[in-house]
Design a protein around this ligand. Structure first.
Ligand code: PXG
Length: 451
């Protein structure tokens, strides 16, 4: 039931707001849910319901809601220097201190950061930086970037183009030229009866086939998320990344690991690339960098690439808010909390193993074909037939389950018929128990509707 205040807000939305990734007509018929405050791992809506946020906002509120330290850091910086830019040979302390703090936790040999306002801008930066890099090296024809179908790299023109979401490509005549895609390592959905490790090798080998088909002399870079997030928490078989590393070692192309979701502790390591033992050349970051308290992104760049950029004259690229001092101050404080409170270590040693063990119990549920996860992410595949992996013919089972979750005080995200979690890294074992209990109730309610 909506009270009158909620109805007023919903009317404002209908009359004035165009929200992201939304079917406007369908939403206007239904009305939005209004979220008014948050604390720890919980949200409250305008009708007073308490909701366990198992998505950490949009995969980003790593330290949880309500951290006064971040509020203080922002207000202190706003009083001291609310804005100045990094263009034209000026800088300010928060951006410089943050670049150093990021270099301290980044993989070895990655000591420089280019700041942006978001993950999408970070990937626009990647596209321009890798093409600029090869041009400086006297190889301007090396400009094709290979991404993966169903990968997600943002919603700007470069982000959508590098990503492999066909529905997004269908709007606005994308991808732009010079982007190619290979298959994703989605064993449950696309591996049929094959052995998962053999499947991982077969899919990784597509990278080599694509490089050979295009000609190494035309390929600038390969971009991939260590674990695909928005595509449905696609966790590659163990064979996949070692094989990709072998292939990349044979060819002179750059490796871009999109760490926007996996970065800052999500896997129990600082970066997803650490978790898999990968050594990328560029790492776009955002989200967990500030725990979502304020927008900020960036690209962490390997020393050898920086050495080349140093030889290239001016790089005509940057944003008004690159390295914004308030965002940088919040990010610095957020990294301090993650470090000094041992949050990433606790995820690895304690809460991630607990979450993963409890999450896999849900595989017993009649609707669940597979329960998978790494660190603080997880996915459930909802299927009609567990043995054959047959999906439901009618679309929208995931959305139905998501509706049951919301009514039951839990946020899970639906990617088609895959249910996703990515909770704040500070979630406790008792809160994990609550998450699992609620998820089970929602699955039961969904099963009653469809089985
Ligand atoms: N790379 C990755 C891997 C992402 O997940 C971006 C880049 C773009 O970041 P910005 O800050 O420009 O949004 C993302 C963003 C979802 C969802 O529904 C996921 C994202 C954004 C919005 C929704 O899963 N990921």
């Amino acid at each position: 039931m909506s009270d009158s205040q909620t109805l007023q807000w919903q009317a404002l939305g209908r009359d004035h707001h165009l929200p992201p990734f939304t079917d406007y007509k369908a939403l206007n018929a239904k009305g939005t849910r209004i979220i008014t405050r948050a604390e720890g791992v919980y949200l409250w809506d305008s009708e007073g319901h308490r909701i366990l946020d198992a998505m950490a906002g949009l995969w980003c509120v790593n330290v949880g809601y309500g951290r006064e330290e971040l509020v203080e850091a922002a207000s202190r910086q706003m009083r001291e220097l609310p804005y100045y830019n990094l263009f034209f040979q000026t800088a300010h302390p928060p951006a410089l201190a943050l670049a150093k703090a990021i270099a301290d936790i980044a993989p070895q040999g990655m000591n420089h950061v280019f700041f942006t306002g978001s993950g999408s801008e970070a990937n626009d930066t990647v596209l321009r930086m890798v093409r600029h890099y090869w041009a400086i090296k006297g190889r301007p024809e090396k400009k094709v970037i290979i991404g993966r179908w169903n990968g997600y790299h943002g919603s700007t023109v470069a982000g959508v183009s590098l990503g492999g979401m066909k529905a997004m490509h269908g709007q606005g005549d994308l991808p732009i030229p010079g982007i190619e895609h290979i298959d994703q390592p989605y064993w449950y959905g696309e591996g049929a009866d094959s052995d998962p490790e053999a499947f991982g090798i077969r899919i990784a080998d597509q990278l080599e086939q694509k490089i050979l088909e295009l000609g190494e002399e035309r390929v600038a870079a390969f971009i991939a998320e260590p674990i695909q997030g928005a595509g449905g928490v696609i966790i590659p078989p163990d064979s996949y990344w070692p094989r990709v590393r072998e292939i990349l070692a044979r060819y002179d192309i750059l490796f871009v690991a999109d760490e926007v979701i996996c970065g800052f502790g999500r896997t129990g390591e600082w970066f997803g690339s650490d978790y898999y033992g990968n050594a990328p050349d560029l790492m776009p970051i955002a989200k967990g960098l500030t725990s979502g308290y304020i927008p900020m992104g960036g690209v962490i760049v390997r020393d050898e690439v920086v050495e080349t950029l140093n030889e290239g004259g001016e790089f005509y690229h940057g944003f008004t808010y690159s390295g914004h001092p308030v965002a940088a101050a919040v990010a610095l404080e957020n990294l301090r909390l993650l470090r000094e409170e041992g949050i990433v270590e606790r995820v690895k040693a304690k809460t991630a193993p607990y979450l993963q063990a409890r999450w896999r119990e849900l595989a017993e549920h009649p609707l669940v074909g597979e329960a998978r996860g790494v660190g603080m992410v997880g996915a459930l595949e909802l299927v009609k037939n567990k043995r054959t992996r047959e999906r439901f013919a009618e679309p929208g089972i995931g959305m139905l389950c998501r509706e049951h979750c919301f009514r039951n005080g839990l946020v899970m995200r639906a990617v088609g018929d895959t249910m996703i979690i990515s909770p704040p890294l500070v979630i406790s074992e008792a809160e994990i128990d609550e998450l699992i209990a609620k998820a089970r109730q929602c699955l039961d309610a969904t099963a009653r509707d469809v089985l």
